[in-house]
Design a protein. Sequence first.
Length: 205
Amino acid sequence: MYVRNRGARAAVTALAAGAAVAVAAVPATAATPRIDPPAFLEPAELPPHPTSDWYAGPVTAGQPEPLPMCVGEALPSTASHRRYWTEYDTGALQVTVVERSPRQAREFAALLRKNLADCARKVMEQYPDITATQKYYGRLNVEEGAHVYGVHTVAEWGASDIGLFSVGRDGRTVTVVQWGQMGTFAHAQVADFKATTVTAVDKLN
C-alpha cells in the first residue's frame, strides 16, 4: 500500500513491512553451528498479477529505504530485505530477521504485530490528510504461526490504496511480507497473499 503526496506519487511505501536479519553476526563454533541465511520469496510466489509478471531486486543487507511505516522503527540495522514490483502500480517487500534465540524472535514478532494492529491510527496521526482503516485476517498455521493484516488509506485528494501485511516466525527467524496496490479492501488478494505468507515462512528454515 502506498501513501501519495498531493500532486505527485510518493516513493514511500506506506505500511510496507520490514524486519532485519543478522545472518553472520556470530562466528560458527561447536556451540553455535553456522546456519545459512533464510531464503526469500521468488517473484512467482507472490500473489499473481492479472496483466504483469513480478520482478525482484537482489536480497540486500540493511534496512529498506525508506523505512516502512508502522513497523519501520522497530527494525534493527542488520536488516535483510528484497523488493518486488510489477509493470503496473503493484509492489511488495519482504524483510527477515534472525534473532539470537527463539525467545527473542517471539518477542520481536509480538512487537511487530502490536505495531501493525495499531497501524491505521498511526498513519492518520502522521498524515492528517489520510484516512486509514484496517482489518485483521487471522492466524495462519505455519511453523510458529503467521498473522495477516490489511490497511486501506484514502487521501483527501482522492488516492485510494490497499496494503496487506503479514508477520511470521520459524524458531529464531521472523519475516514480514507486504503487498500493496491502488484500490480498496475489495481489491485485496487475501487468499493469494495468505498462500504467499505460508511459502515465505516455510522457506525460513
